[in-house]
Design a binder for this molecule. Structure first.
Ligand SMILES: Nc1ncnc2c1ncn2[C@@H]1O[C@H](COP(=O)(O)OP(=O)(O)OP(=O)(O)O)[C@@H](O)[C@H]1O
Length: 631
């Protein structure tokens, strides 16, 4: 992420700096030119600009006036020189002319400072407002992307995409509004000013500047950028190699392989050095060409001015005007290469963020969708056809099943048979290919997703907790729940006792994703959250991880209390825990092959009986081994 002090790169408008130094400052950034990316990013920028037309107008007018005042400054420098060259200060006419020119110079400088600061103040608000909008819009969209999207995308890279995109947008706006726009005004203004007095000089500036900018674009994008890209890759590889060896230091030590790792890194460093050197050399060559071009312009202008002077057509003041004009213009022009690279860099870094805006949500609410009202919790699958996006064959074909309101149903079957997919479809985390899922007679694809999911409580196998206090995590099930409601839910979930023993009790922060709690404690917090949610439909994804028997009993009891009065689906991994449920659905490769209660299923020679016998056998073996050890 960039630093939050964001102006140093805008040297054209603020403070000119050496070409080479500036080049080196930006050399590490990824440079790549793609027309589509430029178009999308500029369209995105325009959309944001159009939301603040008044501020944009203030900025542009202030920058325009400040730069025009800079354009006029050489004119009065020339007049001052002319006045001084005319005679002694004792001459009142000369003195008045010199004083008038001096006053104008001060007034112009003061005006430029005032206008520039007006532009800065306005631009701060303007850009921060857009950055805030981008952050909240991106968050809004990302939160609503499908489970599939989140499964495919690393959370860390999404976060980086948003924050880097925000700062790149800041740099892009700074560069356009505070660097390129004034440079353009200066270029046109100087051409007009000098062209007004000497058309040939106007032509030299106009043609020279256009040639100079074209040269910069060709050198930056065609010559330096490819080398910089390669150097950048080696920069990343160098970082990766360092991180790899340092993070696996225990292995390196274990094998006494320090020297081997030194050699390995030395090879990477050598490649990195060569690639980087090539980029720097190209940067230096490019800077030299730019310098030569500026020198040629300077020589042409001053040479022409001298030529006119030799013919008696210019005064010392005119020469001063030409010199000063070129010096001011030079300050703007010499940093154009940095601005071009800044634009490229911002476009590259914003590209991924902008793409998320054109991505439609995989699962969208129907226009005018109404909230669902679940009173009983009766669930019907009607001829459901479904396949995962990256699979060719359908996972469920013509699946139909009814689950009565208030029933406690276990979903069992081998790993990958489709138990979790079944509950994901009830939550509408994916859309169906065909068929319908109805809850209390309402098609879930026609209601709002938010209302549907808020009436289905879920306790996951590996519950995720926010890095917030325990009280906040539990209250997530019902926003605005009172402290006594939270404690009551924790008691029902057998969580109160362990929370009360913590030094900060309900105020304890649980660490990222709840890492500071044990698996059993996390589950009880998730159960407490589900108690507070008080949803008519409950999904329990039973933990497979081996909890100690005390935790297991506590969790089992908490879950039984939670099931009362709700339609409950239990994804069961250990069949011993679902024996008491009203009904079991046995899944096998996307089909429900058997159903009934435990007693009925165990009597049949089917998958359930085989699974049950295998688990019973494993349990007996486990017992025997324990007894042998203890014996
Ligand atoms: N997001 C996904 N994209 C593609 N395929 C998926 C996705 N999620 C699950 N699958 C595949 O769908 C099949 C069913 O998965 P599901 O999670 O429903 O099985 P399960 O019965 O719950 O398994 P387990 O008991 O191991 O949790 C598996 O083959 C799995 O690889």
């Amino acid at each position: 992420m960039f630093s939050s002090s964001r102006r140093p790169s805008i040297s054209g408008f603020l403070r000119p700096s050496g070409l080479l130094r500036s080049y080196k400052a930006t050399r590490r950034f990824h440079i790549d030119l793609r027309g589509a990316a430029f178009r999308d990013v500029f369209a995105f920028t325009m959309r944001h600009w159009s939301k603040q037309p008044v501020r944009l107008a203030i900025i542009m007018i202030a920058v325009l006036v400040a730069t025009l005042l800079d354009v006029l400054t050489p004119l009065y420098s020339g007049r001052l020189v002319n006045a001084v060259a005319q005679g002694a200060a004792a001459d009142a006419v000369v003195w008045d002319a010199a004083l008038a020119a001096f006053s104008m110079l001060i007034a112009l400088a003061l005006g430029a400072v005032v206008m520039r600061n007006i532009a800065f103040i306005a631009v701060n608000d303007f850009i921060l407002k857009m950055m805030s909008d981008i952050a909240s819009d991106a968050f809004h969209r990302v939160q609503r992307f499908s489970t599939d999207w989140h499964a495919k995308t690393f959370a860390g890279s999404t976060v980086r995409k948003i924050t880097r995109g925000m700062w790149a947008f800041c740099l892009l706006n700074d560069t356009i509004l505070l660097a390129l726009f004034p440079s353009l005004i200066m270029l046109v203004g100087s051409s007009v000013l000098l062209g007004w007095y000497w058309p040939m000089m106007g032509l030299i500036i106009a043609c020279g500047s256009v040639g100079y900018v074209a040269l910069i674009i060709i050198l930056s994008l065609g010559y330096v950028a490819p080398a910089a890209n390669l150097a950048n890759n080696w920069d990343t590889r160098l970082g990766g190699s360092l991180a790899d060896a340092i993070s696996c230091n225990a292995v390196v030590k274990g094998f006494g392989a320090e020297v081997r790792e030194d050699h390995r890194l030395a090879k990477v460093i050598s490649k990195w050095r060569h690639r980087t050197l090539r980029t720097w050399v190209r940067g230096t060559v490019s800077a030299a060409f730019q310098g030569i071009m500026l020198l040629a312009m300077r020589a042409a202008l001053i040479g022409y001015a001298l030529f006119l002077w030799s013919r008696g057509q210019t005064t010392p003041g005119d020469i001063a005007l030409v010199l000063a004009s070129f010096t001011v213009l030079y300050g703007y022009l010499r940093d154009v290469s940095i601005h071009v690279r800044n634009i490229q860099r911002s476009v590259n870094e914003m590209e991924e963020l902008v793409q998320t805006y054109s991505q439609p949500p995989d699962v969208a609410d129907d226009p005018g969708a109404k909230p669902i009202r679940i009173t009983k919790g009766h669930i019907d699958f009607e001829s459901v056809h479904f396949h995962y996006g990256n699979h060719w064959s359908p996972f469920y074909s013509d699946l139909s099943i009814s689950i009565e309101a208030g029933a406690r149903v276990g979903l069992v079957g081998p790993s990958g048979s489709g138990k979790t997919t079944f509950v994901k479809l009830i939550q509408r985390l994916y859309d169906l290919d065909a068929g319908r899922i109805l809850i209390d007679g309402q098609d879930i694809s026609r209601v709002t997703q938010g209302s549907l999911r808020s009436q289905i409580a879920i306790v996951q196998q590996e519950p995720l907790l926010f890095h917030r206090s325990l009280a906040e995590n539990i209250a997530y099930g019902r926003p605005g729940a009172s402290r006594s409601d939270v404690e009551q839910a924790a008691r029902l979930a057998s969580a109160h006792d362990f929370i009360a023993r913590l030094p900060n009790g309900y105020g304890t922060l649980v660490g990222e994703r709840g890492v500071k709690l044990s698996g059993g404690e996390r589950q009880r917090v998730a159960i407490a959250r589900a108690f507070l949610a008080d949803a008519p439909i409950l999904i329990l994804d039973e933990a497979t991880s081996s909890l100690d028997s005390e935790s297991e009993v506590l969790i089992q009891k908490a879950m039984e209390r939670l099931m009362v009065g709700r339609t409950t689906l239990v994804i069961a991994h250990r069949l011993s825990t679902v024996r008491a449920l009203d009904r079991l659905l046995v899944f096998d490769r996307g089909c429900i092959t058997e159903q009934g209660d435990h007693d009925a299923l165990i009597r049949r020679d089917g998958i359930y009986r085989r699974l049950f016998e295998r688990q019973a056998l494993e349990l007996t073996k486990g017992w025997d081994e324990t007894n042998v050890q203890h014996g």
